[in-house]
Design a protein around this ligand. Sequence first.
Ligand code: AMP
Length: 281
Amino acid sequence: MKIIKSSKALYDELNSLKINGKSIGFVPTMGYLHEGHIELIKQARVQNDIVVLSIFVNPLQFGPNEDFDTYPRDIDRDESIAVESGVDFLFYPSVDEMYPSKPTVTAVVNDKTNVLCGKMRPGHFDGVVTVVTKLFNIVQPQRAYFGLKDAQQVAVIHSLISDFNFPIELVEVPTVREKDGLAKSSRNVFLDANERIEAVEISRSLNMAKNMIDNGQYNTSVIKDEINKSLNKTSGKIDYVEIYSYPELKEINHIEGKFIIAIALKFSKARLIDNLIYSLN
Ligand code: AMP
């Protein structure tokens, strides 16, 4: 595995491989790798000749009172995991490499962001699409791998790819979970012992909602009320519990078609998100 910190160096390396007909699979991450990230890498490994993993904690997507400074980082551990998982190139740029000066031009998301994390984290998705645009231009992959744990991000990246004509296939990877159902996340390390037990309520309440729907309850207010009741049993603070059409992310009162049930729950040091994407047809 080659570790590359310069955009130009990575671009040049990959360019010569592409000239020789090699396909490139790209997995963008913020590091502190876990099995969720590894699953993305594994899928990229199977579908492409070359796998590029990026690790970059992107300051542009963090709000002023968010956890940019404390976001967990461990590049040595990440390097070993990347090697074991079959990564060919680890792109690990500094903030100065990605943003040598304050950007003059950034990308702005106009739809799908007035709800869920976009609403709770103003500017977050503008930061995401700006860095992903830069990374797409540096790597120019055939395929890019994104996790459905961040389902709103997947919806926004689909729009980025089609609106900006990136010749890239977005591969959606289902959420990888702990044995008890908690979605794997780099931020889970911020949970204390009691919160870690309580956090299971997030996936449990999503399963409960699925059972309600399977048993014919299609009224989204009733379903959301039940989820709220379950989550209120924890010490976490509910950021949102919503049911929207997916990937359009429009509010629905009645379950139909493809939809997402999305939850964000704030514990003392970790804001956790999870979702269920489901279709009645
Ligand atoms: P992050 O490092 O948290 O920005 O995540 C990098 C990529 O890994 C994103 O596409 C995430 O959606 C994906 N990811 C994070 N956690 C999981 C998980 N538990 N299962 C599947 N994909 C995940």
